[in-house]
Design a protein around this ligand. Sequence first.
Ligand code: NAD
Ligand code: UGA
Length: 454
Amino acid sequence: MKITIIGTGYVGLVTGACLAEVGNDVFCLDVDQRKIDILNSGGIPIHEPGLSDIVARNIAAGRLKFSTDVAASVAHGEVQFIAVGTPPDEDGSADLQYVLAAARNIGRHMNGFRVIVDKSTVPVGTADKVRAAIAEELKKRDHNSGFAVVSNPEFLKEGAAVEDFMRPDRIVIGIDEHTPDGQRAHALMKKLYLPFNRNHERTFWMDVRSAEFTKYAANAMLATRISFMNELANLADKVGADIEAVRHGIGSDPRIGYNFLYAGCGYGGSCFPKDVQALERTAREYDQNLLVLQAVEAVNDRQKRILGAKIIERFGQDLSGRHFAIWGLAFKPNTDDMREAPSRVLIEQLVSRGATVAVYDPVAMEEARRVLTLDFESRPELLQRIRFVDTPVNALEAADALAIVTEWKTFRSPDFDRLKSMLRQPVVFDGRNLFEPEIMADAGFEYYGIGRSV
Ligand code: NAD
Ligand code: UGA
C-alpha cells in the first residue's frame, strides 16, 4: 500500500519505518528541513533502539522516502497519517495548530480518495475539526474527492517504540462507518494492519470519539498509577515501610498487576504531563472537574522535586560550595528525550541554591546541553554551574553526593568501592530505587531511596 506519514518525529518515524518494514511504500513528510536532511543522508535524528537499522534497510529497498514536499506527499498515499506534535497550549489544552495545518495541506492538494488517520494524540472531537478543515480547502478548490477521517491513536513507549509498534498489545481504530467512505476506510485500515494481526486479532474497532478518548484514558490511568505509588512511597518513608515490598505485595493481585507501579522521582516525557493536562482541560470545557487527575498532576509536580527536597534536608537550603554528581538526564532510559525530564527540575533546584553539578547521561548529553541552555537562557550564571561530563565516573569527582535520576542499565552495578572513594561523602540519592538500602548501608553509604526508609 502507498502510505504518507505527516510529521517525522518519534511517532511518525517509527510508524513510517515499521509500515515500510512490512512491505508498504512509505513517504514521510516533515516541515523540519534539518530532520529530513539527516534522514536522507543516512542518519537518524532521535535515539530509538533498533530504529536506524529498519530505516536504513527500507531506504535501501526503496520503500521509505523523506521529503519536505507537501504536494508530493499528499499525492503519494491513499492513507495519510497525521503524526505531528500536539504540545500543550498556554492553558494546558492540546495545541491543534500542527494537526490542522497538516489537514489543510491535505485538502489543498488531494486529487483522489484519501483516508486521513489521526495518529497524534488529540482531544475528543478533533476528527470533526480535521474533517472540517479538509472540507473547507476542498470547497475553495471546488473539488470533491471523497475522504474519511479515522482515529488510530498510538500507544508506543519511547525506548521500546519499534517493538511496541511491531508487536502491539492493541490497535485501536475509530471509524464512523455509516458512509461508503467510512466503509472504504475500514477496508483499507484492515488491510494495512493485517501484518500486525497475524497470530491473533489485536484490533479494537470503535467510533471515532471513543478511540480519541481511549488514548487519553490510557495515559491518564498510567499516570495515576505512578502518582499513587509515589504518594504511598512518600508516606512509606515517614512510617518506616519499604515501598518495594509493598509493590510486590499489591502487584501479586491480578486486579492490580505489577506493571507501572515503580515509585520514583516523578514521571516526565512528552506525553503523560501534557495528556493529563489536556484531559483535565477537555473536562472543564464540559463543566466537569477531573479531581483525581488534578491530584495526579499536583503529586507529580511535587515528586519531581523530591530528590532536591531530600538533598536540601540533608545539606541545608544554602548549597553554595556544594557539588553534586547527577547520573541520568533523559526522562527515561533508552531515549535521548529530555521533554519534561525530572533531571531538569533537580538541576534547577540545586544550582539556584548555589551548588555546582556534574551531569552525565549515556545518550542524552547533546540534547541535555541544548535543553538546559534554553532552561537557563535568562540566568546564564546558573548554566555555568553545570558541568557536562563524558563518563559516570567523571561526574563523581569531589561530589558531596550522587543523585540518580534515570534508571539506565549501566548505572545498576557500579563499582561501589570506587564510587565511595571518589565521592567527598558517601551519600547517594537514588530517584529510581536501583539499589537495596541494606546492601548500601553495609557498604558504608548513606542511602536515600524513594519510599525505602525501613
Ligand atoms: P515530535 O515532536 O517528535 O514530532 C512531530 C514532528 O511533526 C516534528 O518533526 C515536526 O517538525 C513535524 N511537523 C509539525 N508540523 C508539521 C506539518 N504541518 N507537516 C509536517 N510535519 C510537521 O512528536 P512525537 O513525540 O512524535 O509525537 C507526535 C504525536 O504523537 C503527539 O500527539 C504525541 O502526543 C503522540 N504520541 C507520542 C508518543 C511518544 O512516545 N513520543 C507516543 C504515543 C503518541
Ligand atoms: C507513555 C506510555 O507508556 C505509552 O503507552 C504512550 O504511547 C506514550 O506515553 C505516549 O502517549 O506518548 P513514554 O512517555 O514513552 O510512554 O514512557 P513511559 O515508559 O510510559 O514512562 C513515562 C514516565 O513515567 C517516565 O518518566 C518513567 O520514568 C515514569 N514511570 C514509569 C515511573 O515513574 N514509574 C513507572 O512504574 C513507570
